[in-house]
Design a protein around this ligand. Structure first.
Ligand code: SF4
Length: 204
């Protein structure tokens, strides 16, 4: 019987050096600056990044479902977020951090993750109390003040449809995508682009 760390050690030995640069979804966005300085209005990311800056540590769920999830749906290049985790965490060792970030967090290689762990504000709200104190609206997807996680989540599913729709674990997610008409999807793409521009300008 293997524990998670023993399993990751095995994956690392099998899959390196390719794993560190794996990018099966072709994500090529730069890591937003707020990962370094915590300067964002998004209450969840601001607090979690501040915690990493102060302690060099955060809980697994904060790593996977806030930091990596945002990177995944935003389209950050996996190697860039991996380097950030190595710079920020006191427990970052290449053999355990790289499989967790590149594969589990960003679905970079498909060597053991069976689906991407993408989620919208709905999950963040269920797992934390951040949304109630956030200036973004957790239930809005487009329009002024809409939570960035929402448009980015749908845009992630939309732009990676060719790769992900055939994954049986993604069936429920794509059934929700199918409920959206062309006009709604166009608004989501527009909002996702606006969010990336805001992040680049330090205004997110
Ligand atoms: S509303 Fe969105 S940005 Fe704000 S805390 Fe919730 S998930 Fe994070």
């Amino acid at each position: 019987m293997l524990g998670w760390r023993e399993f990751l050690r095995h994956v690392y030995r099998q899959e390196m050096p390719d794993l560190a640069e794996a990018n099966q979804l072709g994500a090529n966005e730069a890591l937003p600056d707020f990962y370094w300085d915590g300067d964002t209005d998004m209450a969840c990311l601001s607090d979690v990044v501040d915690g990493v800056r102060q302690r060099g540590y955060s809980h697994h769920i904060e790593r996977l479902m806030i930091l990596a999830n945002f990177g995944l749906i935003y389209g950050v290049e996996p190697a860039q977020l991996n380097r950030w985790f190595h710079a920020g965490y006191v427990d970052a060792f290449h053999w355990v951090t790289t499989p967790n970030v590149v594969e589990m967090g960003l679905y970079g290689a498909g060597v053991f993750a069976t689906k991407p762990y993408a989620s919208s504000a709905n999950y963040v709200d269920k797992m934390s109390d951040y949304c109630s104190g956030c200036p973004y609206y957790k239930t809005k997807t487009t329009g002024d003040g809409a939570c960035p996680f929402n448009a980015l989540y749908w845009d992630f599913l939309d732009r990676n449809e060719d790769t992900l729709r055939s994954n049986h674990r993604m069936g429920l997610m794509y059934s929700h995508v199918d409920n959206k008409d062309d006009e709604e999807l166009a608004e989501i793409r527009e909002r996702a682009e606006e969010i990336r521009k805001m992040a680049e300008a330090g205004e997110l």
